[in-house]
Design a protein around this ligand. Sequence first.
Ligand code: HEC
Ligand code: HEC
Length: 248
Amino acid sequence: MTGGPISLAAAAMIAGRHCGWFPLLALLLCSSVARAQTDRQPPDTMEARVLACVACHGPAGRGIDNDYFPRLAGKPAGYLTNQLIAFRDGRRRYTPMNYLLEFQQDSYLRQMAEYFAAQRPPPPPEIVPVVSQEILDRGRSLAMTGDAEHGVPACAACHGPAFTGMEPAIPGLLGLRASYLSAQLGAWRYGTRTATAPDCMQNVAGHLTELDVTAVTAWLAALPIPPDSSPTARGAWPLPFACGSQPK
Ligand code: HEC
Ligand code: HEC
């Protein structure tokens, strides 16, 4: 498989390798592979090609009931493309995704990104936070106004006042669980997730304490999703400092 669609053989390989890791996931993945294999001539649509992906990311990328598997639907296409390239090239690490994307070309990654960016499935159920009101208040204040004394900018300054993101490469932060969000902030702090320099999120994450991470991710995860959570148009607000992935 060089540069072509994600093949069923690749999906089966991933399913095989990971059946021991996540029993529920393996079941889903194995059953969607098996289903696809019984169709002798699967239609060559994007829906058919992303079967291996929706096992973990849910139909139309809406997310599944797993704390760590992110929703993809409606995120800016440029952002999703950048992530797929980062997984392929090892700048972002999660073994099943690194394997799946290993030999894919940029143009195909972009097509998959555009597919998920265009989806508008219903929002996931609301999350009830498990932390104290005091911690939630700290999270809200970091997200909305930042902490100038400790060099933390407001998350809203880039991700937007409603946290729906901005075209083409700043993601919204809605509909993601606290454990996923805090794992991403941790990955930036430890250097296992990097974006094009200047990597603004590395700077942001580097100024957060453990308690800040708990607070801001708990608050973000509990935000209700508005009926239209599409990303805002490019250039809608100035960024407090440059991000290499976001063109001016
Ligand atoms: C075995 C489960 C699994 C499969 C199969 C899988 N993913 Fe993922 N995907 C994940 C997990 C878990 C993450 C988060 C990893 C991390 O911590 O960085 C992720 C992250 C992503 C992200 C980044 C999301 C964001 O908001 O930054 C994109 C985009 C993505 N996957 C697309 C795909 C596509 C397209 C496919 C199919 C070709 C696919 N995934 C297949 C589990 C999976
Ligand atoms: C200077 C602009 C800027 C600020 C301020 C900022 N972000 Fe980001 N953020 C970005 C960009 C750009 C990306 C996409 C990086 C990439 O391509 O991997 C991002 C990505 C993220 C992601 C990954 C989302 C996903 O789906 O994987 C998380 C989580 C995140 N930011 C949280 C925060 C939090 C929490 C704050 C506030 C404490 C914050 N950001 C402040 C620009 C910013």
